[in-house]
Design a protein around this ligand. Structure first.
Ligand SMILES: [Fe+2]
Ligand SMILES: [Fe+2]
Length: 373
């Protein structure tokens, strides 16, 4: 009698997939002599929160397994509508019912093995799927758990990387086409920005991005552009003044006559372009224009300019509630109010006031009246 088909399922968040996943899967699959490997991306984090939209993760998995004929994607958990499949046990029941004649292995890492007793219905689960643990250096196997759940242990080479490292923008052990995809689709922006800024600044840019996105939505402006410009508008603030000045000299020579407080805005656009692959001119312009208003401000530029000053982590945020509300109804009017607020603020601080800001208040006020609004 022919023996049953053997399939190894490898569940994970694949956020994103990297060579560590692939190598572990190949080693284990060869050892077990399975016919197929099914990579099964989770929809939810272990805490039940949502992961990056599955369609992106699936596309990246497809790129990674393009040349691996017996690798497939099992998207049953991604398609789950009512959060039933947070638990692997529930998924296993469905799979086993659908394919009663397949012998299933389920691949896990050492960290997962040691938490197995806390998995939902672990006893029943490990009877539906034969559990296989890929041993990672640095983790000790708990023999009691291994015996209790009859887990097979496989030693194998380890690729030293993790999805967390990759999300932070260190693209090691990850295929070139996946790197390009992450940049092109602007994935993991938050995670990639975080290590580049001091904590307080990171909170500011994230808050700016979220606020800008909401304001864009109610002003019929592309929300993705607003978010991206918002989160990158101060990205150069992680650099020293000298480094910023160097970028200015090299790439923005004709802007060296601008006030110094504008330099970081241009340098941020530079980093957005070169390090984050942002080539959308509207986004780059909004980043450039966030520090100093000029006569060519688009709606997006105004949104970023205002969001930068109005976002809620600013120390003076609670004095600006009325202007903040205005951003949602009339960004043009809001922009003028923000400029006026800046003048008042600078006066109170006895700071030097850039005269162009008065001009801008006049210019945009006139335009607003001319437009009959
Ligand atoms: Fe700034
Ligand atoms: Fe800012």
């Amino acid at each position: 009698m022919a023996s049953n088909k053997k399939v190894m399922i490898f569940g994970g968040s694949y956020n994103p997939i990297h060579q560590g996943h692939i190598n572990a899967a190949i080693s284990a699959a060869n050892y077990l002599k399975v016919d197929e490997v099914w990579l099964m991306p989770r929809k939810y984090n272990y805490d039940g929160s949502l992961l990056l939209d599955g369609k992106y993760r699936i596309e990246m998995i497809n790129m990674a397994i393009e040349n691996l004929n017996n690798f497939k994607i099992c998207d049953i958990e991604l398609k789950d509508k009512n959060a039933k499949l947070i638990y692997t046990y529930n998924t296993a029941k469905i799979i086993k019912k659908k394919y009663p004649d397949i012998d299933f292995y389920f691949l896990i890492g050492t960290d997962q093995l040691n938490s197995l007793p806390r998995w939902y219905k672990a006893n029943e689960l490990t009877k539906l799927f034969k559990f296989v643990c890929y041993k990672r250096p640095g983790y000790d196997i708990d023999i009691n758990i291994q015996n209790e759940y009859d887990v097979m242990i496989i030693d194998g080479p380890l690729v030293d990387t993790s999805s967390t490292i990759i999300r932070s923008g260190i693209f090691q052990k990850i295929d070139d086409d996946i790197q390009q995809y992450i940049i092109k689709k602007q994935l993991y922006l938050k995670e990639r920005v975080m290590p580049k800024l001091p904590e307080e600044r990171f909170i500011h840019v994230l808050s700016t991005a979220r606020f800008a996105k909401k304001v864009a939505l109610s002003n019929n402006v592309n929300t993705n552009r607003a978010y991206v410009a918002g989160i990158l508008h101060d990205i150069a603030k992680g650099l020293t003044k000298d480094e910023i000045y160097e970028i200015m000299q090299k790439y923005f020579h004709n802007k060296l006559n601008y006030p110094k407080y504008c330099y970081h805005a241009f340098a941020s656009a530079y980093i957005a372009y070169f390090d984050f692959g942002i080539n959308d001119k509207k986004i780059l312009k909004a980043i450039c224009n966030h520090a100093k208003a000029n006569k060519h401000m688009s709606k997006l530029d105004k949104i970023i300019y205002c969001a930068d000053k109005l976002e809620e982590s600013r120390p003076f945020a609670n004095t600006l509630n009325d202007i903040r509300d205005l951003a949602f109804n009339n960004i043009d009017q809001c922009f003028i109010e923000v400029l006026k607020f800046q003048i008042e603020y600078l006066k109170k601080q006895n700071d030097e006031i850039d005269q162009s800001i008065f001009e801008m208040v006049d210019y945009y006020s006139r335009r607003l009246t001319e437009n009959g609004r």
